[in-house]
Design a protein around this ligand. Sequence first.
Ligand SMILES: [Mg+2]
Length: 123
Amino acid sequence: MKELQQFAKQYHQEMNWEISNETYEQSKASLLQNYMLLTTEVAEVAEELRKAFTIAHKKIEAGADPEEAFTWAKQEVKEDISKEFADCLAYMLKFVNYFEIDLEDSFYKKMAEVKQRKHNKYA
Ligand SMILES: [Mg+2]
């Protein structure tokens, strides 16, 4: 993850796609713009899921076994949905780099926190 974060930092610098860190107004505009771009990519994941369900539905209607139809449909969207997840990750990495967050560290901490919360809830 640290490598990925470093790669994204250099990549966004090279492309001049970093979140602006100049003035408050520029940062605010840039953060909001990038937030919109991130949510657009999240919506593109939904689009791929919808595509998979449509493909599976058509196959099932034509008489295919639902599990086989869905396995086939998932394979059909796999390449495109992988690109959308990559787009989402790129924007997330841009945000964490802007906030100088160590995402690997915060990920493990948050997962432990969630696990602890679940344990406490059912203890
Ligand atoms: Mg995309």
